[in-house]
Design a binder for this molecule. Structure first.
Ligand SMILES: NC(=O)c1ccc[n+]([C@@H]2O[C@H](COP(=O)([O-])OP(=O)(O)OC[C@H]3O[C@@H](n4cnc5c(N)ncnc54)[C@H](OP(=O)(O)O)[C@@H]3O)[C@@H](O)[C@H]2O)c1
Length: 362
């Protein structure tokens, strides 16, 4: 069994939407030091992290063994969120396996893998649910847990399975970016009567810190998180209650979504911006996110909310609660309320890939 005395954690994906609150939560109260990996330590996000106490950076790419060794060496823990929207599913799979192997070799005590649901398997291997950025992680999550049955005494491992960030419902360039039509905030998505198990990024910080804080219990665990399964009529109603402004959900067929929706301009591009478009294993954005919406429309993914209440008693439990907190947070930061922030000219991307316009090296 791994030692509980973890102090330094190597983080891949630290400057990302997911990584920023996770790094903040890890270094809070000086419990851990973090060394994060970035291709560009001079970026706004990297600088923001480096301004925190006990945070340092290694420059380079996860697709480089020497860099992985440099990052992992001398650390006790690792939080690994590989960007499949850069590498593509096939390349991500290879580097995820190498990360795990090198982490053992370099003496990491506890390894946490940033995961997504293995939707294809959970659907009973039905191709309507094939989602490269989910399956690419989900297969590895299972592989790590099975390796851990043999390796767990030398290096403990846990899987942290998240889901679509709720922050994306008000951000530009996401699968669920709303329009504002005649003063009505409108989500036109192919969800039917389904529900999305959205996660709140702030709570991801708590959950990941909990995994490192409790290695005995977390070893071998797949912590699958969400705020709630959120239907979009309920999402719109919650937005109205919090802002006092009208909102609606319009169930949209896939053809219309791909012709007019927020990702329509990049529908034919590879889902991973550095994946080879001529490799037949590469999914395009349309196929990838069609599977993604089907996962939610047909209720393939479940969560144990009782467990989450135990792990994080003050967790965010509803879309309304998240909207309310976000409205207050935005006002306190001088960004205005949610209603102002959802107007097309005022939106800022939550994803770094949005800031970077789907570009950057592998
Ligand atoms: N969007 C969602 O709702 C969601 C939910 C759960 C999981 N995910 C998964 O999370 C991953 C993306 O992370 P994110 O959501 O935080 O997105 P993001 O905000 O776009 O951040 C991308 C992160 O990946 C890092 N990165 C990209 N390519 C890299 C490389 N070659 N070497 C080292 N670091 C690299 C970036 O660091 P630098 O630019 O500083 O190098 C940045 O920290 C994807 O695999 C996605 O499937 C997404």
């Amino acid at each position: 069994m791994a030692s509980p005395s973890i102090s330094r954690i190597f983080v891949i994906g630290g400057t990302g939407a997911q990584g920023m609150p996770i790094v903040r939560a890890l270094v809070a109260h000086k419990r851990y030091a973090v060394r994060f990996l970035s291709r560009d330590p001079g970026s706004r996000r990297a600088k923001e992290l480096l301004a925190l106490d006990n945070v340092s950076v290694v420059e380079g790419s996860f697709a480089d063994e020497d860099v992985l060794r440099e990052g992992l060496r001398g650390c006790d823990g690792a939080y690994i969120n590989l960007d499949g929207f850069n590498a593509g599913e096939k390349t991500e799979t290879y580097w995820a396996i190498r990360c795990y192997e090198i982490a053992i070799e370099e003496g990491i005590q506890f390894f946490v893998y940033g995961n997504l649901d293995y939707g294809l398997k959970k659907s009973g291997y039905d191709s309507r649910f094939r989602t490269g950025h989910y399956d690419g992680k989900g297969r590895i999550g299972e592989w790590i847990l099975s390796q851990n049955q043999v390796n767990g005494a030398r290096m403990g491992a846990a899987v942290f399975t998240s889901g679509p960030y709720i922050e994306m419902v008000i951000s530009p360039g996401t699968p669920m970016t709303p329009t504002v039509e005649d003063g009505v905030v409108t989500w036109r998505v192919p969800l039917g009567e389904g529900a999305v198990p959205h996660v709140a990024l702030e709570d991801c910080g708590h959950y990941v810190r909990w995994l490192f804080d409790h290695p005995e219990r977390a070893n071998g665990m797949d912590l699958e998180v969400a705020v709630d399964h959120i239907g979009y009529a309920d999402l719109a109603a919650a937005f109205e209650r919090v802002t006092g402004h009208p909102a609606r959900y319009v169930d949209t067929d896939l053809d219309t979504y791909w012709r007019e929706g927020p990702l329509s301009r990049i529908a034919d591009a590879p889902a991973g911006y550095n994946a080879d478009p001529n490799d037949k294993s590469t999914m395009n954005v349309r196929d990838n996110f069609t599977g993604f919406w089907n996962l939610w429309k047909y209720g393939v993914v479940e969560r144990d909310y009782g467990l989450l209440d135990e792990v994080h008693p003050t967790r965010i439990r509803s879309a309304e609660e998240w909207f309310r907190r976000e409205d207050e947070r935005g006002r306190a930061l001088g960004k205005g309320g949610l209603w102002e922030r959802v107007q097309p000219d005022n939106r800022t991307p939550i994803l770094k890939i949005g800031e970077d316009m789907r570009a950057g090296k592998l």
